[in-house]
Write a protein that binds this ligand. Structure first.
Ligand code: PMP
Length: 363
């Protein structure tokens, strides 16, 4: 790994080493332009080629249908918690929420300010360790949309099949922490959104994929920077976009394509996650993952040990071996290994070896 650590951070997170190196090689003088991406006009032909290629590659990766718009926005996924109801609902409309973790809960709380938000299922009582079956859902007839968090970054629960909604109810998904980690049938969704800083790039850009017929109905009070119509009409260039972040996402999309696209990426992610979950399950309770097996996340793997002191010792020793950012989110404690697309299999193998050695020393 040379001078680089094995970074298990939840986000901002590890990026592919070859992408960082490519960015480094182009940083000083981007493709003969005599300047870096950061110094260019966002309306010049150079940057236009960057954002257009990024969009084309993302469309290719996710097989995004023609009737969907791709927007590169700012404000993080958090801004979408309010932008979505502001764009899709009137203040009298109902939006349903399945709450499978902290992020879904935050999305619900923010949406309530701009529409009638309703929690149709929550996993709070079981500390967010599962995802409901279709039969457990009591969706609201006439709800404008049903919101899910496709992968709860803190709790490590991930949808494997998406819920079906009533006839006119749109499915809306926060895919911040599993975006581009596997193929997705975009046509099932009214809107998909994702902050970049986990799987596809640096913080600063948020992707929104929205069905075109849903654009143009924003509530009158919607701030201009949150109105999808403005951004769609201006091809994400209404104001100065986060140019460098978009450029980096573009490099990552190119890298994912060159690895064989999202089917190939998913296979690698399944293998990595299996290595880690198998190690947890084979530890005879020394390591415990609280999440129901059928919805365990391929991206964020939380686990606990007998005591917080032991966990602290585990994290400290991992860090001494170059494996960093393994501490669980401050709201839940424990350990969390985030193993996004860019985490090499060898990184997970190193963690598993540490788990085995640590356990051997403590029993
Ligand atoms: N949704 C999910 C699933 C997340 O993991 C995060 C960030 N950790 C957010 C939303 C919030 O994203 P941002 O910080 O980009 O606003």
């Amino acid at each position: 790994y040379g001078s680089r650590v094995i970074n298990f951070a939840a986000g901002p997170a590890i990026l592919p080493a070859n992408v960082i190196k490519k960015a480094q090689s182009e940083l000083y003088n981007w493709r003969g332009s005599g300047m870096s991406i950061m110094e260019m006009s966002h309306r010049g032909k150079e940057f236009l080629s960057v954002i257009q290629q990024a969009e084309a590659d993302l469309r290719d990766l996710l097989k995004i249908p023609e009737n969907y718009e791709v927007l590169f926005l700012q404000g993080g996924a958090t801004t979408q918690f309010s932008a979505i109801p502001l764009n899709l609902c009137t203040s009298d409309d109902t939006a349903d929420f399945i709450v499978t973790g902290s992020w879904g809960d935050k999305a619900f709380k923010e949406a309530q300010k701009y529409c009638k938000g309703k929690v149709v299922w929550t996993g709070k009582a079981e500390k967010y360790s599962s995802i409901p079956n279709q039969s457990e859902l009591n969706v609201t007839v006439g709800a404008k949309y049903l919101h899910i968090c496709a992968n709860e970054t803190i709790h490590g629960v991930e949808y494997k099949d998406y819920p079906s909604t009533g006839n006119d109810t749109l499915l809306v998904a926060d895919m911040s922490s599993n975006f581009c980690s596997k193929p997705v049938d975009v046509s099932k969704f009214g809107l998909i959104y994702a902050g970049a800083q986990k799987n596809i790039g640096p913080a600063g850009v948020t992707i929104v994929i929205v069905r075109k017929d849903l654009i143009g109905k924003a509530q009158p009070s919607t701030p201009i920077m949150m109105d999808y119509k403005i951004h769609s009409e201006n091809r994400s260039l209404y104001n100065t976009p986060p140019c460098f972040a978009i450029y980096m996402c573009g490099l990552v999309f190119g890298d994912l394509l060159s690895q064989g696209g999202l089917e190939a990426i998913e296979r690698k992610n399944v293998e990595k996650a299996e290595l880690l979950y198998d190690a947890i399950d084979a530890s005879e309770g020394f390591y415990k993952c609280p999440v129901e097996k059928n919805v365990r996340s391929l991206m964020n793997v939380p686990f606990t040990m007998a005591t917080p002191e032991m966990e602290a010792q585990f994290i400290k020793e991992a860090s001494a071996q170059g494996m960093v950012q393994l501490k669980g989110h401050r709201s839940v404690g424990g350990i969390r290994a985030s193993i996004y697309n860019a985490m090499p299999r060898a990184g997970v193998e190193r963690l598993v070896a540490h788990m085995k050695a640590f356990q051997a020393r403590h029993i």
